[in-house]
Design a protein around this ligand. Structure first.
Ligand SMILES: [Zn+2]
Length: 232
């Protein structure tokens, strides 16, 4: 059950859940939910302006697909922001390392048993200047709008870059501060991995990936509005 004490009153939380649910369904083009949302008078989110998903080709085989649960119950950002942002996380990883994330969007705090978990939050606990916190692969926090320094070849979305960086920690990568273009550089828009990092990350991914390595990419995020026990 959503923790009402943590996020405010139960009424506020339930209103947020309904809004988020319908908005996400509309953004992600689920026709039945979109129709239901429009019937309820919810504003329609046009998908055309967001562009078609770009599926980068992986240079490596096999592609490792890792479950990634995205916890948005405490986020202050709009659902439309997350579609393109989540796509960029997979763009960064698939195009360079042959790794992508099968994402599940939830509003609760139940972690996965396999893969990784990220919570998006307006501010991270204890320090308003922090962009991301990595404790382990099931305790990752990312600020809704990280503040990042420039890079010669920058990522588009700061939250995508920071989330992809934290996933790098989850794949056994450490910081590498010799270029602002590095994904593992602290607090920049860099997104690039070197050959050694690709080898290390792919080795770590083997133990976390789904068994079926036939698919060459990951699907669009699924939405799971559940409470109580984990469904992984
Ligand atoms: Zn880091």
């Amino acid at each position: 059950m959503v923790d009402c004490l943590r996020y405010g009153t139960c009424a506020r939380v339930m209103t947020r859940i309904v809004l988020l649910f319908f908005s996400f369904c509309s953004v992600l083009s689920f026709p039945c939910f979109r129709a239901a949302a429009e019937a309820q008078g919810w504003p329609r989110v046009e998908t055309a302006s967001l562009g078609d998903p770009v599926i980068p080709a992986s240079p490596l085989d096999p592609v490792y697909r890792l479950p990634l649960r995205i916890h948005l119950g405490g986020s202050g950002r709009s659902p439309a922001d997350f579609k393109v942002m989540l796509e960029e996380i997979n763009d960064i990883w698939l195009s360079q390392a042959g790794i992508c994330f099968e994402m599940q969007i939830v509003l609760d705090d139940d972690p996965l048993r396999q893969g990784m978990d990220i919570w998006f939050l307006p501010d991270l606990s204890g320090d308003s200047g922090l962009n991301g916190i990595y404790r382990d692969e099931h305790h990752i926090q990312v600020r809704d709008t990280p503040v990042l320094g420039p890079a010669p070849h920058p990522a588009h979305y700061p939250a995508a870059r920071t989330a992809a960086h934290e996933c790098g920690h989850g794949l056994s990568l450490r910081h590498r501060q010799d270029s602002d273009d590095n994904l593992m550089r602290s607090k920049t828009y860099g997104w690039q991995l070197n050959a050694r990092e690709v080898i290390v990350a792919r080795k770590a991914a083997v133990g976390k990936a789904l068994q079926d390595t036939t698919p060459r990419n990951c699907g669009e995020p699924t939405i799971s509005i559940h409470s109580g026990s984990s469904t992984n």
